[in-house]
Design a protein around this ligand. Sequence first.
Ligand SMILES: [Zn+2]
Length: 584
Amino acid sequence: MAPKENTDLRELVRKIALLNAVKHDGKAQSGPVVGKILGERSEYRTKVKEISTLINEVVNEVNSLSLDEQMRIVAKEWPETLVKEKAEGEKHLPPLPNAADYPQVVTRYAPNPDCVLHLGSARAIVLCYEYACMYKGKFILRFEDTDPKLKRPVLEFYDAIRDDLTWLGCRPDEEYIQSDRIPLYYEYAEKLLKDGNAYVCTCLPQEFRKKILASEPCECRDCPPKENVARWRRMLDGGYKEGEAVVRVKTDLNHPNPAVRDWPALRIINAEKYPHPRVGSKYKVWPLYNLAAGVDDHLMGVTHVIRGKEHLTNQVRQEYMYRYLGWKYPQAIHYGRLKITGAHLSKSKIVQGIREGLFTDWDDPRLATFAALRRRGITPEAIKKMIIDVGPKTSDVVLSWENLYAYNRKILDPIADRYFFVQNPVELTVNQIPRMFSAKLRMHPDSPERGFREYTIHPKGRSSSATFWISKKDIDVSKIGAMLRLMELFNVRIEKVNVYSAEASYVSEAYEEARNVKAQLIHWVPVGEDMPCQVVMPDATMAEGIAEGICRRLKPDDVIQFERFGFVRIDKVNDKITAYFAQK
Ligand SMILES: [Zn+2]
């Protein structure tokens, strides 16, 4: 290539690589860059080999920059590309690495059924599921229930987790339960032992620790495989008690991270004392996370492991085992932590709180469990959308309830019918109403086709009066003399305010008059056309009040908006309505 041509090409590659990197969390990939170059410069199609060296070189240079640095360069040199990016709005997940290397993309979500799922689980589930869909692949649910002692699985959570996934709209194509697969793990453990790649360590834990921190082998490490297999059989036969023997996979003893060195793969649990809820006391030897998950990922054909970056060390551990067994490690995507401020996301705190009676149940509105969100009317679509927008980036992300509510509002606002709910009701008598009035209240402000609720006000008695429920927060003594507008009805002037009642007189009908004096617009329910209603708030307190009688027609799971109050999900309807508060 001529020098000039080379410089031009290099500049083009640099631009495409930077744009690609910015799109993919700071890591450009050569494949798409090559594709783009060939698309723009057909003359290079016969020189793929020559240009790919250059492309790899530039991609490496670009990837050595931080994402911030890359963005700065892009913003400075090609600002127009950023504008376009923004206008596209709808976000999509970035492509998976090397997806084309596999006949089918397979992902898995692997919870321990020791608790119900919560918002913190959403990222793993949604990313795994959405990627499987994006590539027309397979999404596996795998219950990792091999610790009957410290992370004891509970039967009801297997079903609760299945229900949660269905609710989220992330139904698995296949399901596995690790406690059904114990003999399989034994098989691979035995192979590792026979090949001299693992050993049964019978050292006292503190002795072993001392050695491993000093990068020294313990006495068991160099036992011949035959002796290790004999010890292994003894483990299975109950010849060792809990804590007396553990199978370790050999690693580099000098590995810079001591937590990687000769990691434990299987251990003994007192099966009589800690029976497993599904298989009882059938097994004394239980695989630990890295053996079970590692073997399963391979056997289940998982191509892309998508999980939090706290698992990075586990990948390093498992790669030793994969090498010993002659397997290829799947593509691993480790995303950063997702913190949601104000949400209870600690499994142990949730479980403890329920046990101590601090929370009423798994769907207590104070919790961020899917069960609680479901009950409140937070939609699975909102959760999905939020997670997809965050994507699989490696940097930590902090979100708040408000972020989730913003997504949820976009979904609920167009579909939720409107009603009036009067919290802490005060009975307002309006006098001197000159004639009969009728109010037509739209079910939805933007959709007249959804119809109206209609109330006819017949003034009665010597003072031509009618009575309404209004909310205590809308009226107090400071309002005496002020004008208020009963929404879509008429304007009144407040004359008297007591604790549970108030009096006003009719002023006029025109909305403009209320607007001119900036009168407050308040909602109301005619006395006699009401029904009691209570709303369970996110802090588990109750908002008590009165709803329109027409709310009798609502059904559980309907999500509506109580105007000037918030979106709620109807939970129960009998002689009283119980609703759960979703959000403002
Ligand atoms: Zn040892």
